[in-house]
Design a protein around this ligand. Structure first.
Ligand code: KMT
Ligand code: NI
Length: 177
């Protein structure tokens, strides 16, 4: 997984949006916003994912295939929703099985977008309360395992006054000091 600052230029969200030259984001920075990631080879990943799920108390999961072919009519809508800045009230894991895409997470306190270019084998822990969004890249396809600690809380909470005061958001800000 490559992590770099988003260039904020208008244009297709599926483009890399990497500054020239690129402005890489360090592991320390990711650590400071409580974004964790590691790599688990896709081949033979099942027992390892199961161990992580058990260890971190994850009880639910699903597999999501984001592509026009798999989603049909709801595809365009989903693409839009995923790219709206939002937070979740639970910690969620994304494990990339196939394809690729970009998770953008907000750095605190700068509010800069950090782009995480994910590929098969990348496992990303998205903390509860962090503002983020997702887009496919120009390959237009990703297949990912999503793990949830409890019942999946599908509802993305779009950023606004309500989310700025959301208890999970405030708890997140506390954890990152
Ligand atoms: C999210 O949290 O925005 C998503 O789950 C996006 C789709 S996962 C490839
Ligand atoms: Ni989300």
């Amino acid at each position: 997984m490559r992590a770099y600052y988003y260039d904020n230029l208008l244009g297709d969200q599926r483009l890399p949006h990497d500054y020239v030259p690129s402005r890489p984001v360090s592991d320390e920075t990711l650590h400071s916003i409580n974004v964790k990631y590691w790599q688990i080879p896709v081949e033979g990943h099942e027992p390892k994912i199961n161990d992580i799920a058990k260890e971190r108390n994850y009880k639910n999961r699903d597999t999501i295939n984001v592509s026009k072919a798999a989603m049909g009519e709801i595809y365009e809508d989903k693409i839009k929703t995923f790219f709206e800045e939002h937070m979740h009230e639970d910690e969620e894991i994304r494990y990339i099985l196939d394809g690729s895409g970009f998770f953008d997470v907000r750095e605190t306190p700068t509010d800069a977008w950090v782009r995480l270019a994910v590929e098969p084998g990348d496992l990303l822990v998205v903390p509860a309360g962090i503002y983020h969004r997702f887009t496919l890249d120009q390959k237009n396809y990703i297949k990912a395992l999503r793990l949830f600690q409890d019942e999946p809380k599908w509802v993305p909470h779009n950023r606004g006054e309500a989310t700025d005061a959301n208890p999970y958001r405030l708890a997140y800000l506390k954890t990152i000091g």
